[in-house]
Write a protein that binds this ligand. Structure first.
Ligand code: PLP
Length: 398
């Protein structure tokens, strides 16, 4: 796999264990972006000369590919955004912001990324609504037993939940959660930022109402994200940003907005990024998903076993259903010191609260060190990681 990623040619000794923050990019994605600028560059949806038609076709072709990737019913249910963060803000403002009344509630979980927390928190504050939180068990799983009661006793207008926790690696049973929420008439927003690269997402089978993810965590460029929404919900939502591209007819007094999906894509989008995202989807389609999932599970298990042998090391997040994300603490070592010492050995991990500060407060931890795996990682990377962590321990003992 490493041969598809030019960065490993430039840094042969690099041990990249931070794919939960962003994945490396395969050559076909880098080439696709370059090809667009060299051969197809024009603005979309505006002009009739051939170059503009080509650019528009490439952009809309990616929308169709994304529809197929998610098995959505219609391409107009796919909105391009800047990322998961922007997708959540769109729904928070245009859906929750329109529907919340004083005393209503939104429901999230204790393991949410700040991106799937602050947009809901702020709209609740503005609307005098309450933000309710599904607790997390000590092992890093969701306390599912609390969900029915939370839904029954409150007027919950939306449940927003991550598919995979970027800090704990927990894979949440979103299918069950969606079914539960729907029993109470509550729509669900799924943050699929950590799952889109590795798990099959079928929005019709899940019956999910909204789902969001970021291109850059699935081998695509930065600055491109997706919001899927059921058309019947998106139709009822007002635009959240105004400008070019999203209109049908404008006077000084009045504007008629464009239909879906343009209604939610004001201004010139990241055209080259969207077109290159297409190549990322092709890259994923070319992977043997079952083999990759098996390999990443094997790497996770191997790393877990090896790290568990290190005295003073504690793995944070012990769910049985877990993705290739491994958070740990090491005796009294500050996570930033662990990351610094590892970085001197060309090992890239992340240290800190991973944009989940309330979760770490809840677990009573200042932060963790986090290694995350993707398709280009090998057993040799795990060996280097474990050796590096032992070195941290040795240096601290001195
Ligand atoms: C990375 C991440 C986000 C935010 O994604 P952006 O690309 O920064 O917008 C949200 N939720 C989870 C679980 C993430 O891992």
């Amino acid at each position: 796999m490493r041969q598809f990623f030019p960065i490993f040619e430039h840094y042969p000794d690099l041990v990249y264990l931070d794919s939960a923050a962003t994945t490396q990019k395969p050559r076909i994605v880098i080439e696709a972006e370059r090809y667009f600028y060299e051969w197809q560059n024009a603005n979309v949806h505006r002009s009739i000369y051939p170059l503009a038609a080509t650019a528009t076709a490439a952009y809309e072709d990616t929308r169709e590919k994304t529809r197929a990737f998610l098995n959505a019913r219609e391409a107009r249910e796919i909105i391009f955004t800047r990322g998961t963060t922007e997708s959540a803000n769109l729904v928070a403002q245009s859906y929750a912001g329109e529907r919340l009344e004083e005393g209503d509630a939104l429901l999230i979980s204790a393991m949410e990324h700040h991106s799937n927390l602050i947009p809901w928190q702020q709209v609740c504050l503005r609307k005098k609504a309450r933000l309710l939180v599904i607790p997390v068990n000590r092992d890093g799983t969701l306390d599912m037993s609390r969900i029915p009661e939370l839904l029954r006793k409150n007027r919950v207008k939306l449940l927003a939940i991550s598919h995979i926790s970027n800090t704990l690696g927990t894979i949440n049973p979103i299918s069950d959660i969606i079914a539960l929420a729907h029993q109470h008439g509550t729509p669900v927003f799924v943050d699929a930022a950590q799952s889109a690269a590795s798990m099959r997402l079928d929005v019709q089978a899940l019956d999910v109402d909204f789902l969001a993810f970021s291109s850059h965590k699935m081998f695509g460029p930065t600055g491109v994200g997706v919001l899927y929404g059921k058309s019947e919900l998106l139709e009822t939502m007002p635009p959240w940003q105004y400008g070019g591209e999203m209109i049908r007819d404008v006077t000084f007094e009045h504007t008629v907005f464009a239909p879906l999906p343009q209604k939610f894509e004001a201004g010139t989008p990241n055209i080259a990024g969207v077109v290159a995202f297409s190549a990322a989807l092709e890259f994923i389609a070319g992977l043997d998903r079952e083999k990759i999932t098996g390999q990443s599970r094997a790497l996770l298990d191997y790393a877990t076993d090896e790290l568990n042998r290190i005295p003073g090391l504690t793995i944070i997040g012990q769910a049985r259903e877990k993705a290739g994300i491994l958070s740990f603490t090491l005796a009294d070592a500050h996570p930033h010191d662990i990351a610094t010492i590892l970085s001197e050995q060309q090992i890239c991990i992340r240290a800190g609260h991973h944009c989940t500060q309330p979760l770490l407060d809840f677990l009573d931890l200042p932060g963790t060190a986090r290694a995350s795996f993707s398709v280009y990682n090998t057993e040799a990377d795990v060996v280097r990681l474990v050796k590096g962590v032992r070195e941290v321990l040795r240096l601290m003992g001195d």
